[in-house]
Design a protein around this ligand. Structure first.
Ligand SMILES: C[C@@H](O)[C@H](NC(=O)OP(=O)(O)OC[C@H]1O[C@@H](n2cnc3c(N)ncnc32)[C@H](O)[C@@H]1O)C(=O)O
Ligand SMILES: Nc1ncnc2c1ncn2[C@@H]1O[C@H](COP(=O)(O)OP(=O)(O)OP(=O)(O)O)[C@@H](O)[C@H]1O
Ligand SMILES: [Fe+2]
Length: 531
């Protein structure tokens, strides 16, 4: 665990475009960063050019920081060298590793290998002073939500295809704008009118590919580019804000931090601020110099890891271009306090305000962060869809609450009260198996639940599925497999025994459901996430 001794860390970053070095001094909590950015002449980032950039500029930024630190702190300024171990571009990372080993040898210092995505999270947690926040990492090559449980960061939700920045940059390449595209889209969107684009959220996962093709098509069809940019921002950022809100509701956390280069976007920050305000959560965004790739965040996390004794011998200091945040053993945080949930009459779900009594009133109230047209559309569609699917699922023999009333102008449903608690509060393998069987039955009938997490299942005499707001009709095994993927992911991220429960769910599904769905599930799990 972390001790309070003062440390000074030399940090080195170079996963893709930023050749960067920094010094962090824990006594004054100050960070000095030197960065040389690689800006491609045309097109996107070329791995070979990026590596040449690293080779040309890493040595000089490191020397500048050493010089600064010696002037500021004396001839032997550092206690350790922290470097980005991954994820990122292999050829760039190898140069980072080599440079770090060289400086460590020269000053006879220990090495600390840092996960770049965990650093994007920890820098926010550090400056916010939050204990157990959920983190939205919105960067170029990644987009995911992290929560913490039992010594690891858990991926609560993530992109099913590309990172958010890369998605935006692909669109700007299509319209002929230079890299990076994010800031240009932000500027253009200011003069734009909202256009509708596909909105894709599955549980806490999301995907950008459909939106990006639709955006390119809009542009090719002659829609003014500022309007497409406005539609893109409103859609993509509303999706990221919605899944962040889901993660807050699922984990019970009341703290959110933002990380990653796309976090520099004002509209995204505005939406997250508004969402957190509306639900009474605290929100923190670090300064821009800590959002985009930078060695400062590597040095700050390096200090925490160093104090916890998490150094790495030279022989084991290899890089890992697919390094996932959930692979990191988190030794620098104190054990989390157990959260006990009070029985409440009023639940603020991720989407709705729910009042519990003999009947349950579920009200999808307006979200100030969303564009009014998108807000109206999502609330209306989901309220209608939920009532219809609850009814259809019942007809297939799946236990669901009766729909007593629906009001589509107020976006309100009145439902039968079912169960004594959420599955999350009384998880057993048997119940999870029942959920899997019920999903198989839904899928057989061409229905998809859309968000089958342990908070959307009630347990009592029977096991009932609730909250069909993200449900839809489909006979595609991919969509059915996504339901299972969401279930397994939510089990793994919220319960210590989640993996075993997940296996039980798969076995139960196999007994009743279609083998093609399980095949597709393996395919989804194996998809490369850091392309
Ligand atoms: C693995 C690592 O190499 C990678 N780094 C990375 O993606 O660089 P980062 O600095 O976190 O983010 C860059 C992205 O951030 C976007 N970006 C920068 N300013 C933006 C803005 N104002 N609005 C939207 N996007 C913006 C850029 O278009 C670009 O796609 C990552 O963290 O995923
Ligand atoms: N019919 C019901 N009977 C008993 N409890 C219910 C019922 N409907 C909802 N609840 C309770 O209210 C909580 C929130 O409901 P629901 O999941 O439908 O709302 P939501 O805002 O869509 O939530 P989320 O998106 O976070 O899953 C549930 O987790 C459950 O505890
Ligand atoms: Fe990054």
């Amino acid at each position: 665990m972390e001790t309070d001794s003062d440390v000074r860390v030399l940090g080195i970053e170079g996963t893709a475009w930023a050749a960067s070095a920094a010094v962090y001094d824990s006594a004054s909590d100050s960070v000095e960063i030197e960065t040389e950015a690689y800006l491609p002449d045309s097109g996107g980032l070329h791995p070979r050019e990026a590596a040449e950039h690293m080779a040309d500029h890493l040595p000089e930024v490191i020397e500048r920081i050493i010089e600064y630190a010696r002037e500021e702190y004396g001839p032997e300024p550092f206690d350790c060298v922290a470097f980005s171990r991954g994820p990122g571009l292999g050829p760039c990372l190898r140069l980072v590793g080599t440079s770090a080993r060289a400086v460590a040898q020269r000053f006879d210092l220990p090495l600390v290998g840092v996960n770049h995505m965990v650093a994007h999270l920890e820098i926010g947690r550090h400056f916010a002073g939050f204990d157990a926040p959920v983190c939205l990492n919105a960067s170029g090559a990644n987009a995911h939500l992290l929560g913490y449980r039992a010594g690891r960061y858990r991926v609560l939700g993530e992109t099913m295809d590309t990172g958010v920045g890369n998605a935006i940059d692909k669109f700007t390449r299509h319209v002929g704008w230079s890299h990076p595209g994010g800031p240009k889209v932000e500027e253009a969107a200011e003069d734009g009118e909202y256009v509708e684009l596909p909105y894709v959220v599955k549980g806490m996962d999301f995907s950008f590919s459909g939106i990006m093709s639709a955006a390119k098509q809009e542009y090719d069809d002659g829609t003014p580019v500022e309007d497409v940019c406005c539609g893109l921002q409103e859609t993509i950022f509303a999706m990221l804000t919605e899944v962040s809100e889901r993660a807050l509701a699922l984990t019970g956390s009341e703290e959110l931090v933002l990380g990653g280069g796309v976090g520099q976007n004002e509209r995204l920050r505005e939406m997250l601020t508004s969402m957190c305000e509306q639900r009474g959560a605290s929100f923190f965004v670090p300064e821009n110099r800590f959002l985009r790739d930078n060695a400062g965040m590597i040095a700050v996390l390096g200090a925490k890891m160093f104090r916890a004794g998490q150094t790495v011998p030279v022989a084991e200091s290899g890089i890992d271009s697919n390094f996932r945040p959930d692979e990191v053993e988190v030794t620098w945080r104190p054990p989390e306090a157990t959260v006990t949930r009070e029985r409440e009459e009023f639940v603020q779900g991720a989407e709705s305000a729910v009042t519990l009594g003999d009947s349950v009133e579920k009200h999808r109230h307006s979200r100030a962060y969303r564009h009014p047209e998108l807000d109206e559309r999502l609330r209306r569609e989901r309220t209608r869809q939920e009532a219809r699917l609850l009814h259809e699922a019942r007809r297939q023999g799946v236990s669901t609450p009766l729909v007593r009333d629906i009001d589509t102008s107020e976006m309100r449903l009145t439902l039968q009260h079912v169960g004594r608690c959420d599955l999350q509060d009384d998880l057993t393998s048997e119940r999870v198996e029942t959920v899997a069987e019920q999903l198989a039955r839904l899928h057989e009938a061409g229905l998809v639940h859309g968000d089958p997490t342990p908070r959307n299942v009630r347990v009592g005499d029977r096991v009932s599925l609730i909250d069909f707001g993200l449900g839809y009709d489909s006979n595609d095994p991919e969509d059915h497999a996504m339901d299972l993927h969401v279930l397994l992911g939510s089990l793994e991220s919220t319960d210590g025994d989640g993996e075993r429960l997940g296996e039980a769910a798969v076995e139960a599904y196999r007994r009743v459901g279609d083998e093609a769905v399980l095949e597709q599930l393996r395919e989804i799990a194996g998809r490369g996430r850091y392309q």
